[in-house]
Design a protein around this ligand. Structure first.
Ligand code: LMR
Length: 405
């Protein structure tokens, strides 16, 4: 494999070729080389930084000490060009996947991006490009994110681009993880964010519609995520509505943990956990269909009053409680649940089990109103798509709660 660093301003050209063994053994040398060669500048007239491997145009080289030095669109190690195709052949890597992340300078993304780049989500043979969308205010912080990504030397991370224009950042996106939104503060309901966040998701839906892959999978995290997902999909008519998800996986994970705690088992024993409805304080964690060690929860946890009241309320209010404790909303566990949600779509669902996701309701078998985004039980063959689970049961309690949410 040849790794080529090309520095070619009109008056100056330097090409460095390294073998793959040199690449792994001489990262210090490589790092000092490119630090001498490149100097990132971000200014108001240059809001997008593209950090690319395999790029056709060589980056502009500048001397580090030149105060007027500028580079258009590349940052540090990502300015080096790699022969990705040759690497794909030798390492049997898959074709690179473009992942766009909004709110990329925020706390959730700060946990998520490093998991994505480490291959925790899409696997150790899947190179990725990260397209990080922030706001004008967060541009400096985004640069910090890019710096930490480069310092982490992730072999699978082949391209990083940061900026504030969704039409640039969402180009050819195969995944869009829409985290960026105003978070709620203490005492607020998530629905109180709709006015301000709804506009963001309308704009981002339009951008996805214009430039993303037609098969992009969109996971909406910014609250209120169900409504934002609906707004987003309505603004993206060229992308199948089925591809849009509102993140309720965090609620599913919370519910599994609380059931495990009550039953005195480790949480991997809890399965078939559905969250019905909105990621809101009326959501319905379904203990009727959930199982512990393969048995119905109600057979294991005899305290049915706790299930109906204590358990349900704990899950509904867990996010709010965390805000009280932390002084800000959940971040690490949200990032983990985004990882779980993505993995659920790219891995076949274990036989007999399912996962929860807020998805478009058209054609649902449960009698839930059409044309909304509502969390329901899903199964996947691991191809990025999903189907709704048909064999779930309902009782009066569950029906009433679902109607309410
Ligand atoms: C959560 O559930 O932790 C997040 O949706 C943040 C919030 O507002 O509760």
């Amino acid at each position: 494999m040849a790794v080529v660093a090309q520095l070619s301003p009109s008056s100056y050209t330097e090409t460095t070729r390294l073998s793959s063994s040199q690449l792994s053994l001489s990262s210090t040398h490589l790092s000092s080389l490119r630090r001498r060669a490149f100097r990132p500048i971000i200014g108001p007239r240059n809001p997008t930084i593209s950090c690319s491997v395999n790029q056709v145009q060589a980056p502009v080289a500048v001397e580090q000490d030149d105060p007027k030095s500028k580079t258009n669109d590349c940052y540090g190690v990502f300015c080096l060009t790699y022969d990705l195709k040759a690497e794909e052949e030798t390492k049997s890597w898959k074709k690179m996947v473009n992942i766009a992340v909004s709110g990329a300078a925020g706390m959730i993304a700060n946990h998520l991006l490093f998991k994505l780049a480490a291959g925790e989500v899409l696997g150790p043979d899947q190179p990725i490009a990260l397209k990080l969308l922030g706001s004008e205010r967060s541009l400096q912080a985004l640069e910090g994110v890019a710096m930490e990504l480069e310092d982490s030397l992730f072999p699978l991370l082949r391209e990083v681009k940061i900026g504030i224009n969704p039409y640039e950042l969402f180009e050819d996106a195969e995944w869009a993880l829409l985290i960026g939104a105003k978070p709620r503060g203490p005492g607020m309901e998530r629905a109180g964010l709709l006015d301000i966040n709804g506009q963001i998701f309308a704009e981002q839906g339009k951008a996805l519609n214009a430039v993303a892959s037609r098969n992009v999978k969109v996971i909406v995290v910014g609250n209120p995520c169900n409504t934002n997902a609906l707004i987003c999909l309505k603004n993206a008519p060229s992308i199948p509505a089925k591809n849009f998800h509102a993140l309720t996986r965090l609620d599913e994970n919370r519910a599994k943990c609380q059931l495990a705690l009550k039953a005195g088992v480790f949480y991997d024993k809890v399965s078939n956990m559905t969250i019905w409805g909105n990621h809101s304080t009326t959501q319905v964690p379904d203990f009727l269909n959930a199982r512990i060690n393969g048995l119905p929860v109600k057979e294991i946890i005899k305290d049915h009053k706790w299930l109906e009241e204590g358990f349900t309320e704990t899950i509904q209010k867990r996010g709010g409680l965390l805000i009280k404790k932390w002084g800000r909303s959940s971040a690490a566990s949200t990032a983990v649940s985004i990882v779980d949600a993505m993995k659920s779509l790219v891995t076949p669902t274990p036989e007999g089990d399912w996962f929860s996701s807020g998805v478009y309701t058209n054609g649902n078998p449960y009698g839930i109103a059409e044309d909304i985004v509502f969390s329901m039980p899903c199964r996947s063959k691991g191809d990025g798509d999903y189907e709704l689970v048909k064999d779930v049961i309902f009782d009066d309690y569950l029906r009433k709660r679902i109607a309410k949410v």
